[in-house]
Design a protein around this ligand. Structure first.
Ligand code: CIR
Length: 267
């Protein structure tokens, strides 16, 4: 692993087993439901890939009352310095925050609560070397984003509020960090100018769902159904691990949604 440590170097992650109710997960539009077995297979493969990449994975039990609770990235935000408990913007997901508190308290010395009454989904937050970008979206409002910026500041980092393109679920639905200087982005998000300080690699037309890739240590997990994106990244010498996401994709989810990731010091 290259040194010094970067924001995509992780040795720890939390995931949550999918519930059988995942078939009722939220989605925009008319997608057919995923199957529980399909989601479970994708989830198992994800855990294996994380471990293979050098990450110690804590697996929380399924929560049947919350169909989308397998997407554990949304109710919290974690860093080496501490965790922040968020307030998910979808009513059916509100209770996921309280459900993850015990795991956060077991793991982090510092757990901050999002102050105020605003909403933030972790899927709207992209951590980069110089700032933590918070995308305003249908799930993350200005009050929530500003409250989160205060918490991020308390943990010693700098936040930056940005816009998510209209109709896109989360900021990270449309982008991911590939390395310290490079982001992978859809054309529609790149056009907004948010990544002007980065080298940006644009997703080929029609493969927008590949934008939620996940850099973990030396590897780059990429959704396996998008051959032009994989070929493009392969040519740029990223070490690609193709991951099946067709089932979670039916309920608008991608690779980052399935974990909370951080680097635990002293290991
Ligand atoms: C939802 O609509 O909340 C879920 N069906 C998908 C959440 C995806 N999470 C993420 O992008 N961080």
């Amino acid at each position: 692993m290259s040194s010094p440590r970067s924001v995509y170097h992780f040795n720890s992650a939390i995931v949550r087993e999918p519930s059988h109710s995942v078939v009722d997960g939220l989605r925009v539009g008319e997608h057919a439901s995923p199957t529980y077995e399909g989601v479970k297979l994708e989830h198992d493969a994800y855990i294996a890939a994380m471990r293979q990449a050098g990450v110690q994975v804590t697996i929380l039990p399924a929560l049947e009352a919350f169909p989308d609770s397998v997407f554990v990235e949304d109710p919290a935000l974690v860093f080496t310095e501490g965790a922040i408990l968020l307030r998910p913007g979808a009513a059916s997901r509100a209770g996921e925050a309280a459900a993850i508190v015990p795991a956060l308290r077991d793991t982090f010395e510092t757990v901050l609560d999002l102050p105020g009454h605003g909403y933030v989904d972790g899927g709207d937050v992209l951590t980069t070397p110089n700032s933590v970008m918070i995308g305003l979206s249908a799930r993350t409002d200005k009050a929530g984003a500003e409250a989160l910026a205060v918490c991020i500041d308390k943990l010693g980092r700098k936040a930056r509020l940005v816009a998510t393109p209209e109709g896109v679920l989360h900021f990270k639905t449309d982008c991911s960090l590939l390395d310290d200087e490079t982001v992978l982005s859809t054309a529609r998000l790149a056009r907004s100018g948010v990544f002007k300080d980065f080298r940006h690699i644009i997703i080929p037309d029609g493969e927008e769902q590949a934008a939620n890739a996940l850099r973990v240590n030396d590897v780059l997990m990429v959704p396996s159904d998008y051959p032009r994106t994989i070929e493009m990244l392969d040519k740029l010498d990223y070490r690609i691990v193709p991951m099946k996401t067709a089932e979670i994709g039916r309920i608008d989810a991608g690779l980052s949604c399935l974990s909370l990731r951080w680097y635990r010091d002293g290991e």
